[in-house]
Design a protein around this ligand. Structure first.
Ligand SMILES: *Cc1c(COP(=O)(O)O)cnc(C)c1O
Length: 456
């Protein structure tokens, strides 16, 4: 019997999971290796050592099923973890659905999103390795905020290159990064060769995530005491985020609920993988059989319309080659409001799991997503970040299907961040000022034509 009255399902601190889960050893086949762009051979630890500490490199390739969370990381996690799991009673009632909708709320973190789940261990492992400064890029600013907070916990410096257009348009995350003690530069900047080259050609460049990555990587590669940190896509990032799904498993068990459908928004794939992988472990073990569905923006549809091929992680083509669903590394998505979902590629691990048929994917346009976000705010009282409105739109679609069929499905999603610093986007939507633009086949074909050639 499930407890229908429960709205908020909490775990005590002592119930908090103490290890992260690595999906790779449970998969029927391992994901393809990451390749060196010059030799086209699999990269080794020494190739990654200029940018990452050995502990994270080991986690990137580990075949262990579980990795213990260090005590110092658990201590910081306890500032906001375990995070609450809510039953969306009011949304269900408004939809008139017999489905039960649960959402795992990650907006309670210091940065207001799931990103500190990986920022904290990344800062920790770097600090332990003697690193004194981390560099990174940020688009809308969520990742930069999370990393600045995490670096402050372990007394190391944090330097962030923020895409120029967002730096000018969204001053609040910059102020949060500075309040946490981070140093922030608009990108392209005069501080790096990569930035200076772009500025020489385009003095008014609005920047891009790819350019900002090039700047942060350049500075990290040139200084022995400085490393680089990435907020999504890589295996160790998804590993750290599995704390979300491990907690959600325990919380659903408390109300005897087993998910039939799990939905999550995908930019680089970290909140989705973090929620879904522990449940995928159960699915592979035969203890439950949820449908697992990724939701991406129609204007940046790497899973649903991209190609599965080796590609660079950045626009400039400096990173190793990863086999992933990609729109091409120089694809520039429309400036939709869900800035965190504007990435040309998908995590190689999510891509592999998708190829294996273990998850499905859908794409949503932004007005449908904001409609879902407003509906959610008016019923559940939380203004979602633009990114998870994609997941909410898919939850609502599923719940309305259940209304037709009468099925009492259990739907689970990650509400991976709040939208308090994204209110101008809601303003645009409410004023009827938001557009949906189709991504044409021609644009897509042109972007994927420039993929690097890698012999099979
Ligand atoms: C960064 C971000 C995303 C996109 O990144 P994933 O790695 O796909 O999770 C989604 N939602 C929020 C709130 C973010 O900050």
């Amino acid at each position: 019997m499930h407890n229908d009255a429960t709205t908020k399902i909490l775990l005590s601190e002592s119930e908090m999971p103490r290890r992260w889960y690595n999906l790779v050893p449970d998969l029927p086949t391992p994901p393809p290796p990451v390749l060196h762009p010059g030799t086209l051979q699999p990269v080794g630890p020494e190739d990654l050592a200029p940018l990452f500490p050995m502990a994270l490199i080991e986690q990137e390739v580990t075949s262990q099923r579980y990795v213990d969370i260090p005590d110092a990381v658990l201590d910081v996690y306890r500032l906001w973890r375990p995070s609450p799991l809510f039953r969306a009673h009011r949304l269900e009632r408004a939809l008139g659905t017999p489905a039960r909708i649960y959402y795992k709320y990650e907006g309670v973190s210091p940065a207001g999103s799931h990103k500190p789940n990986t920022a904290v261990p990344q800062a920790y492992y770097n600090a332990v390795a003697g690193i004194r400064r981390l560099t990174t890029e940020t688009g809308a600013g969520q990742w930069g905020t999370a990393l600045a907070f995490a670096c402050a916990q372990f007394d190391i410096a944090c330097e962030v290159w923020q895409v120029r257009a967002s730096y000018d348009q969204k001053p609040y995350r910059k102020l949060m990064i500075e309040t946490f003690g981070g140093l922030i530069h608009p990108s392209p900047s005069e501080l790096t060769a990569a930035g200076r080259a772009v500025l020489a050609a385009h003095p008014d460049s609005p920047g891009s995530l790819g350019i900002a990555i090039s700047e942060a990587v350049e500075v990290a590669a040139q200084h022995a005491d400085t490393n680089y940190a990435l907020g999504s896509v890589l295996n160790h990032v998804l590993l750290h985020q599995t704390i979300i799904g491990e907690e959600a498993l325990l919380q659903l068990a408390k109300v005897d609920a087993v998910p039939d459908v799990i939905v999550g928004c995908t930019g680089g794939g970290s909140n989705f993988g973090g929620l879904a992988f522990p449940f995928l472990r159960e699915k592979l073990a035969g203890t439950m059989n949820p449908v697992i569905r990724a939701v991406e923006p129609a204007s940046c549809p790497s899973l649903t319309r991209g190609v599965y091929a080796y590609d660079f992680g950045d626009t400039a083509g400096m990173t190793p080659l990863m086999k992933m669903h990609t729109l091409g590394h120089d694809f520039i998505p429309d400036p939709i409001h869900a800035g965190g979902l504007r990435y040309h590629g998908m995590s190689p691990l999510i891509s592999h799991v998708y190829e294996l048929g273990l998850i499905e994917a859908v794409a949503k346009t932004q007005r449908e997503c904001f409609e879902a976000g407003v509906r959610f705010a008016r019923t559940e009282g939380i203004v979602p970040a633009p990114e998870p409105t994609h997941a909410l739109a898919a939850c609502i679609e599923e719940a309305l299907r259940c209304r037709e069929t009468g099925e009492e499905k259990v739907i689970l999603t990650a509400l991976c961040g709040h939208g308090h610093l994204d209110l101008p986007a809601y303003g645009r939507y409410l004023a009827g000022d938001m557009e949906d633009r189709e991504l044409s086949d021609e644009t897509l074909a042109a972007a994927t034509a420039a993929l690097p050639r890698v012999p099979a």
